[in-house]
Design a protein around this ligand. Structure first.
Ligand SMILES: *[C@@H]1O[C@H](CO)[C@@H](O)[C@H](O)[C@H]1NC(C)=O
Ligand SMILES: *[C@@H]1O[C@H](CO)[C@@H](O)[C@H](O)[C@H]1NC(C)=O
Ligand SMILES: *[C@@H]1O[C@H](CO)[C@@H](O)[C@H](O)[C@H]1NC(C)=O
Length: 377
């Protein structure tokens, strides 16, 4: 059973569910967290991203776009993208790459119907399985720079993204930043390692993405306030054989600040990386989106400093479904997976946006505040 705990001003269930089901039809394909990538029209942009993490959405500003792709192994030949299994063309012109792998590295071209090139992306999906993770608090150092010795003084280094926000506010937290491998020749623009090396058919041990973590403590911003919407998962059970379970935090991603708590105690990367805390295990490759647990407790996850989900895993199946006052129970039937909860939450989110918009139409003055919160989610 999953349920959605909701804020105080929710419209009544009777309005909510028909809209919810209406939304079901067109919201489902859009589920999941996507990294949107866009670049100035017709210009080529190069990006490094992580494999095996969030889905990626390449934008192209024409409808009925035609996409083609050239991988690194195809000698520059463009292939029809319908032959690539984890890639999907969207009616709005975007290209969705699901669960990208390093083999999705390559050139993506978007053309309008008349053949005009509208966008061009060179994306290097750097292998998350080779992620080099270091924690400042543990005195661990990132990868050192190195050189390629191909005759052009090629420097191999990590280009760091900005630090992500602290994963909690008002309490001690941690923040991380991603770093991608780039190669730079003097007086030239740096190129993501996978693209540079792929063209040369080279392989390099140093070509790894990185994550660096450090402790942080920030005040909650004035504008910060908790909307009160989060999902409660009561359906997790520790498996008898392994005595463990994986919890999956909705909306979390390695590109966003994520924090887990067990019985109100934060689980830190410092604790895990130093092997001080072995009571749980956060999935490194997904930036802590998943948590492996070994004992029942109340687990909560925060994304971007906001409580997103609570998990009450048990050792055996709960016998009766308890009605929880103040919470809206999901009409899920026998559905019993993390995804169901996630879908529901997103559907609720969408339903609330629609309701927010409806309210705005009918009561423009009252609902201003509410629709702002909802749209900000
Ligand atoms: C790509 O493949 C699809 C399905 O096989 C086909 O309908 C489409 O015309 C092809 N596009 C090009 C440009 O060849
Ligand atoms: C082709 O289509 C694009 C987008 O629809 C438009 O911007 C462009 O001007 C067209 N080019 C020609 C040569 O018709
Ligand atoms: C490595 O190279 C980058 C890019 O030139 C530079 O910004 C950085 O300071 C270098 N790091 C070290 C430790 O030398």
């Amino acid at each position: 059973m999953s349920s959605v705990a909701a804020g105080p001003q929710l419209p009544s269930q009777s309005i909510m569910f028909p809209i919810l089901w209406l939304l079901l039809g067109f919201t489902l394909p859009a589920l999941g967290f996507h990294i949107p990538v866009s670049c100035p029209q017709a210009e080529k942009c190069q990006r490094a991203l992580l494999s095996d993490s969030s889905d990626v959405l390449l934008s192209c500003s024409v409808s009925k776009a035609h996409w083609s792709y050239s991988g690194l192994s195809k000698d520059g030949h463009l292939v029809n993208l319908s032959s690539v299994s984890n890639v999907e063309m969207r009616p709005e012109g975007e290209l969705a790459i699901r669960n990208p792998s390093p083999y999705n590295t390559g050139l993506y071209l978007c053309q309008a119907k008349n053949g005009t090139q509208v966008a061009q992306y060179e994306i290097d999906f750097q292998d998350a399985n080779k992620l080099h993770v270091t924690h400042k608090g543990l005195g661990q150092s990132p990868l050192p720079n190195s050189t390629l010795n191909l005759g052009n003084m090629e420097l191999v280094y990590t280009q760091w993204e900005p630090w992500q926000r602290c994963n909690r506010c008002g309490k001690p937290g941690e923040r991380k930043r991603l770093g991608f491998c780039y190669i730079k020749e003097p007086l030239k623009d740096p190129i993501p390692c996978g693209l540079y090396l792929g063209k040369l058919r080279m392989w390099l041990v140093r070509a790894r993405p990185e994550v660096q973590v450090e402790a942080c403590h920030v005040q909650c911003e004035d504008s910060y306030w908790f909307t009160g919407d989060y999902v409660v998962f009561d359906n997790f059970r520790l498996m008898e054989e392994s005595e463990s379970a994986w919890l999956s935090c909705p909306l979390a991603s390695i590109y966003r600040p994520v924090q887990w708590e067990a019985n109100n105690t934060p689980l830190t990367w410092e604790g895990q990386l130093s092997s001080r805390d072995l009571s749980t295990f956060m999935d490194l490759l997904k930036g802590g989106q998943q948590l492996q647990i070994f004992q029942p407790a109340t687990y909560r996850c925060f994304v971007d400093q906001e409580l997103v989900a609570q998990f009450n895993p048990t050792k055996k199946r709960p016998e009766t479904q308890r009605w929880q006052p103040g919470k809206i129970r999901a009409p899920l039937g026998k559905a019993d997976s993390v995804l169901e909860g996630l879908k529901l939450m997103l559907l609720m989110g969408s339903a609330l946006v629609v309701i927010g918009l409806l309210c705005k139409v009918f009561h423009p003055s009252q609902s201003k505040k509410r629709s702002q919160i909802l749209l900000a989610k």
